[in-house]
Design a protein around this ligand. Structure first.
Ligand code: SAM
Length: 299
């Protein structure tokens, strides 16, 4: 199997009853752990890694779960392979955020990709993941990767027109340093930097939990890319609030996420021994429950 799915060999016997809890206003997620492997405060956020029993090592930023060794493959396979296989000819890709390395690891499975630029604001996220989530951070030395530790908002403002076929906004929630990655101003710059048939993909929060943000950002994408060029797809991620997570797919040209070569997608999934993505999941992820459809039509 691909490395991200290997069962986590827990090095220490469970001796204490210690829990990490991500608390929101009305719900909380708790995971039992053996202790903290990493704790540093950067100018942007508190970066921590816990050794959890259920999901292996887990990265948190300001107390919010970002990824775990055991379920990160869902998020990273879905945020990359859906646009890569839909477009089919991506040569240059940009990832904003994504300092855990999972998104670039998945992108770099595509041999025709010529360059990937990763712009992460916080060097400590990269350090923590290299140390404690090495399977996720496994592609940082890839020769096609250009890694920049700087603000993605500044980068995109200074980026030339038509520079990338695919731009992935792999951000945390719209608080702290990631707040500016959820604004119309930022998405307009992303649009400008895409090639004529380029695609923007973002993680777009939980439609059940972050309802207000969800409605707002889709409205914003539609205003920039055009109503018919914005699509939402879902994946099941156990360690994110509610377990139902959404991604947005916005196309500058007329790429449609459901018009893709199923045989190529199936072959890609088999060849790379992927854990989540396959040609059936690609299509099925765009089938939305009624409550999500209603939210998307709200504005
Ligand atoms: N998969 C995760 C999730 O949805 O919970 C998110 C990935 S997390 C690695 C997002 C990353 O975006 C963080 O490492 C954070 O430091 C980075 N980030 C936040 N604001 C940024 C900015 N303005 N420019 C570049 N990276 C940023």
């Amino acid at each position: 199997r691909n490395v991200s799915a290997k069962p986590y060999d827990h090095p220490v016997k469970f001796t204490r009853d210690v829990w990490f809890t991500e608390r929101d206003e009305n719900i909380a997620l708790s995971l039992k752990h053996d202790g903290q492997l990493y704790k540093k405060e950067s100018p942007f956020q508190k970066v921590e890694v816990f050794a959890t029993q259920a999901y292996g090592n887990m990265l948190t930023l300001d107390g919010m779960v970002m990824c775990t060794q055991k379920d990160e493959y869902v998020y990273h396979e879905m945020i990359t392979h859906v646009p890569m296989l839909s477009h089919g000819r991506v040569k240059r890709a940009l990832v904003i955020g994504g300092g855990d390395g999972g998104t670039v690891r998945e992108l770099l499975r595509h041999p025709d990709l010529e360059e990937v630029v990763l712009v992460e604001i916080d060097a400590l996220v990269i350090e923590a993941c290299k140390l404690h989530l090495p399977e996720t951070a496994s592609a940082f030395d890839h020769p096609k990767l250009k890694l920049l530790v700087e603000d993605g908002i500044k980068y995109i403002k200074e980026c030339g027109d038509n520079a990338f076929d695919l731009i992935i906004v792999d951000s945390a929630d719209p608080v702290g340093p990631g707040e500016g990655l959820f604004t119309a101003e930022f998405y307009k710059e992303v649009y400008r930097c895409l090639t004529a048939d380029g695609i923007m993909v973002t993680q777009s929060e939980s439609p059940r939990f972050n309802t207000e943000v969800f409605v707002e950002i889709y409205d914003c994408y539609k205003g920039i890319f055009g109503k018919d060029n914005v699509h939402c797809y879902l994946a099941a991620i156990p360690t994110y609030p509610t377990g139902t997570w959404s991604f947005s797919f916005s196309s500058k040209g007329n790429s449609h996420p459901l018009v893709f070569d199923r045989e190529t997608a199936a072959e890609f999934s088999r060849k790379n021994d992927l854990n989540y993505y396959n040609e059936e999941i690609h299509a099925a992820a765009f089938a939305l429950p009624n409550f999500v459809k209603q939210l998307l039509n709200k504005k």
